[in-house]
Design a protein around this ligand. Structure first.
Ligand SMILES: Nc1nc2c(c(=O)[nH]1)N[C@H]1C(S)=C(S)[C@@H](COP(=O)(O)OP(=O)(O)OC[C@H]3O[C@@H](n4cnc5c(=O)[nH]c(N)nc54)[C@H](O)[C@@H]3O)O[C@H]1N2
Ligand SMILES: Nc1nc2c(c(=O)[nH]1)N[C@H]1C(S)=C(S)[C@@H](COP(=O)(O)OP(=O)(O)OC[C@H]3O[C@@H](n4cnc5c(=O)[nH]c(N)nc54)[C@H](O)[C@@H]3O)O[C@H]1N2
Ligand SMILES: [Mo]
Length: 773
């Protein structure tokens, strides 16, 4: 008999068809108008090949503990241990480091997407446990967005405009006449939503935008960042120069005297500084279309025409999160706010600016007004943190000075790292530098279902079950459904749920009662759902089904706001709705930043050359964009069908223009080597006119497979090439999209990355008693 099991992942909801303890089919959620093909990939979680199947400890660490040779990580063999031994060792390490060095020496920031389940959420549970055990060093902001929210907090007063609460897409479809898209608005990235998603709405909105005949200008190095049926005009910009285009548009408007002086006066502060800069009063360079054309590679007359249109029509400016994942990533977001302010359209339906549409599936969709289910991390006994992407800096320079959001800070001295539900050897930049940094802590613990590159480089690995093997629920502020995630199959090997693992460690630390509050798995799921249901009923008068009905039918609709015009009340009466900024208004010239005096984040939005870009490149260098993969989420389910569909010859494809390929003697389908001073990797060339000349695009997420020492990484992992610097002294975000590379045909031996990975894994699992499959 086939059992139908409701379930959900970050890429959507589905029903698992289960027979004899095996998953035999996956059906999309009935209320999803555009399900993601990645839902079919989840059956790969049930395959043992790349799973961690039992707790294990690195041989050298077992012998010498904190005195071990840390360069053995990744190549030394693992010794299987019992769960009891593993949790004893971990509790002992937490106690030792806490006692000898203080809890700030324990890094449990543990960034990562893990499962979408809100109960077994690995990093939340890790932090909950560590807070009960004296605290830990954590992180602020995300790899997704860091420079963006930091600059928005200071200029708009909060992060809503990049968190999915700017104008909803239905208002854009209904009211905008000009839609200026920087980066993408792509069903590729909109497949995913952090915390799960019931229904994918982006394509529907884009169809309505196309049907209404909205004039869409698409500014991106990659034409396929917007579906061709939107009828968009493609402006193939040089990467990382969008700020110059925005300021050139603003400058044209201001020099023609067509800016909305009334709006600037009433609703913004510091516009004098910005206008002086645009007019070239401080640096002798007016920010004209000609000036912008020279930097961006976009035709000057075309820029002038758009400058007219932006003020003559109802215009909406959007920018993908990708734009701020680059050196000086604060600037394009602030410049977009400045340009929208100069048109005077912020707060009007279909006007103004917003960030991250399509970056995740729920941005621009109806947003939840109720309470999303979530486990509490508890109170933090110590306040130690780093900006999320400064992990290598922290490990390499304990005590080193840095700044963040105007504060002068120092890095803690990390002795113990606990990572649960994230993959830094996927997500971090300059992986060769991270490899060096990774030799610094005394002990590294990794908890993951999969034997990722990070798990391989741990001292203690713990097998977490996947969401398929336990009960959970999903939900978040940008998805209008809470979804049931019922258990479908038994755990593989000795895998345990994240909650059970942390509860066992909490017991050994003597904090289990506070950790579990007397609830078991189903007790917690019922409790979290009921909190959301009660909130909806009591505060919003919205009826959600009782828990048993929800669990049986697999979903519940949340209370949502369907339409929203960002800052409409503020525009109508700024004094009555002050923003949480230094002036209470939109900040275009900042006293705070003027006081800080940073050269890389000035007092007003400004064009500042990035560390690497085509304007400063040698003739044979290309700008590498490492965007999100189409057929998977980051490094998850990398060997499943949807992911393999985008690879060729077992490797990721690097896209480049016909002109750039011809100049280098590269044929479509050829194996190529990408390299710079930081590293090298192989990839398969995909020659396409959809990529701007001078640009190469290699998606993230291929499993880091360094192969032989000194040779190129084999799978096509762009993070061996990317630049590991903060966006600026202010935001300190990740600068992944700022990266120059060279590309050449590769003639040498090119081993298959998946087979190589598997062989290496077999080697480190070959300790006596370590035969796991
Ligand atoms: N070059 C470049 N690099 C980038 C980016 C870029 O644009 N360019 N983008 C960045 C961005 S935006 C992000 S968000 C990061 C993403 O970086 P990550 O979030 O680290 O990437 P994932 O592959 O999703 O890692 C999630 C891990 O959780 C594990 N996992 C899944 N389910 C469970 C579970 O139930 N329990 C436990 N314990 N573990 C589980 C998975 O096996 C996987 O190893 O990458 C960043 N890196
Ligand atoms: N299928 C799938 N979907 C995902 C994810 C995934 O791994 N797989 N990851 C999710 C996560 S964690 C996040 S944070 C979001 C990220 O969402 P985004 O940041 O929006 O996604 P990216 O793919 O990094 O970048 C989008 C596009 O921006 C363009 N771009 C890059 N640099 C520049 C630039 O300097 N100027 C201009 N004009 N354009 C530029 C590139 O052409 C790129 O294709 O995606 C989410 N969605
Ligand atoms: Mo992200």
């Amino acid at each position: 008999m086939i059992r139908r099991v409701p379930h959900c992942s970050h890429w959507g909801a589905y029903t698992l068809l289960v027979e004899d303890g095996r998953i035999v089919g996956v059906e999309p959620f009935a209320h999803d108008p555009a399900p993601s093909p990645v839902i079919q990939s989840v059956t790969d979680w049930a395959k043992p090949e790349r799973r961690i199947l039992r707790p294990m400890v690195r041989e050298g660490w077992l012998a010498s503990r904190e005195g071990s040779d840390r360069r053995g990580r990744g190549s030394e063999r693992f010794v299987p241990v019992s769960w009891d031994q593993a949790t004893d060792l971990i509790a002992g390490e937490i106690r030792r480091v806490s006692r000898d060095h203080g809890n700030a020496s324990i890094f449990a920031g543990s960034y990562g997407w893990t499962s979408c389940g809100r109960f077994h959420h690995a990093s939340t549970l890790l932090k909950r446990m560590m807070n009960l055990a004296g605290g830990y060093t954590g992180h602020v902001d995300t790899y997704s967005i860091a420079a963006g929210p930091v600059i928005l907090r200071h200029t708009l007063g909060d992060e809503r405009a990049c968190g999915g609460q700017s104008n909803t897409l239905d208002t854009i479809a209904e009211h905008s006449e000009t839609l200026l898209v920087f980066g993408a608005m792509s069903p590729r990235t909109a497949q995913s939503e952090a915390g799960g998603i019931g229904a994918h709405y982006l394509e529907g909105y884009l169809r309505r935008i196309a049907e209404r005949g909205v004039k869409v200008i698409h500014v991106s190095p990659y034409r396929e960042d917007l579906p061709d049926w939107t009828g968009a005009e493609w402006w193939p910009i040089r990467p990382n120069t969008d700020t110059a285009l925005m300021l050139g548009l603003a400058g044209e408007i201001v020099l023609a005297g067509r800016h909305d002086a009334g709006f600037l006066e009433r609703c913004t502060s510091g516009s004098d500084q910005l206008l002086a800069y645009l007019r070239g009063e401080d640096d002798g360079q007016a920010k004209t279309a000609d000036w912008a054309a020279a930097i961006t590679g976009i035709d000057a007359q075309t820029i002038r025409d758009l400058a007219r249109r932006l003020t003559d029509t109802r215009s909406m400016i959007t920018a993908s999160w990708a734009l701020q994942r680059a050196h000086h990533g604060e600037q394009p977001f602030w410049a977009a706010i400045a340009l929208a302010s100069i048109t005077g359209q912020i707060g009007l339906p279909g006007g103004g600016m917003g960030f991250g549409y399509g970056s995740l599936g729920g941005v621009g969709a109806p947003f939840v007004t109720g309470k999303s289910p979530a486990m509490s991390q508890g109170a933090r006994p110590i306040d130690s943190f780093i900006p999320v992407a400064r992990i290598s800096d922290m490990l390499l320079t304990p005590g080193g000075a840095y700044s963040y959001e105007g504060q002068d800070r120092t890095y803690p001295d990390i002795r113990l790292v606990y990572w649960a539900g994230g993959n830094p050897f996927h997500h971090h930049q300059d992986l060769n530098r991270l490899s060096e940094a990774w030799t610094r802590p005394e002990t590294i613990i990794v908890q993951d279902p999969m034997f990722t590159a990070t798990a391989r480089r741990a001292d203690i690995v713990l097998p977490a079950s996947t969401s398929l093997e336990r009960n959970d629920l999903s939900g978040n502020k940008r998805s209008d459904f809470i979804l049931a995630m019922a258990k479908a199959i038994e755990p593989l090997g000795e895998a345990r749920s994240d909650f059970d693992i942390f509860n066992a460690i909490a017991e050994k630390l003597g904090v289990a009662p506070a950790f579990n509050e007397g609830r078991d798995e189903m007790g917690w799921i019922r409790h979290l759902y009921t909190e959301s249901r009660d909130f909806a009923a009591q505060r919003l008068g919205h009826e959600m089904p009782d828990f048993d009905t929800f669990w049986a039918q697999g979903y519940a609709a949340c209370p949502v706001q369907r339409s929203h015009t960002y800052l409409a009340p503020y525009r109508a009466d700024p004094a009555a709705h002050p923003l949480n900024t230094e002036s209470g208004r939109i900040v275009l010239g900042s006293d705070t930043l003027a006081r800080l005096g940073y050269a890389d984040c000035r007092a007003h939005p400004a064009w500042i050359e990035p560390a690497e870009w085509l304007g400063g490149a040698a003739e044979d260098e290309l700008h590498l964009i490492s965007h999100q993969p189409n057929g998977r989420l980051h490094s998850q389910l990398e060997t499943a069908e949807a992911s393999l569909a985008d690879k060729r010859g077992g490797r990721e494809q690097v896209r480049l223009s016909p002109a750039d390929a011809a100049r280098r003697g590269i044929a479509d389908g050829a194996t190529v080597r990408l390299w710079n001073t930081r590293g090298a990797c192989l990839a398969t060339a995909c020659v396409t006119g959809a990529v701007a000349p001078g640009v190469a695009i290699l998606p993230t997420g291929a499993w880091f497979t360094p192969g032989t020492a000194g040779g190129p990484e084999l799978s096509g992992n762009p993070n061996v090439l990317t630049l590991d610097i903060g966006t600026s002294a202010f935001g300190q975000g990740c600068s992944a999209h700022t990266c120059l590379v060279r590309i050449e045909p590769f003639e040498g031996a090119a081993p298959d990355p998946a087979q190589t990975y598997q062989h290496e894994l077999a080697d480190i699992l070959s300790a006596p008693g370590g035969d796991l499959t």
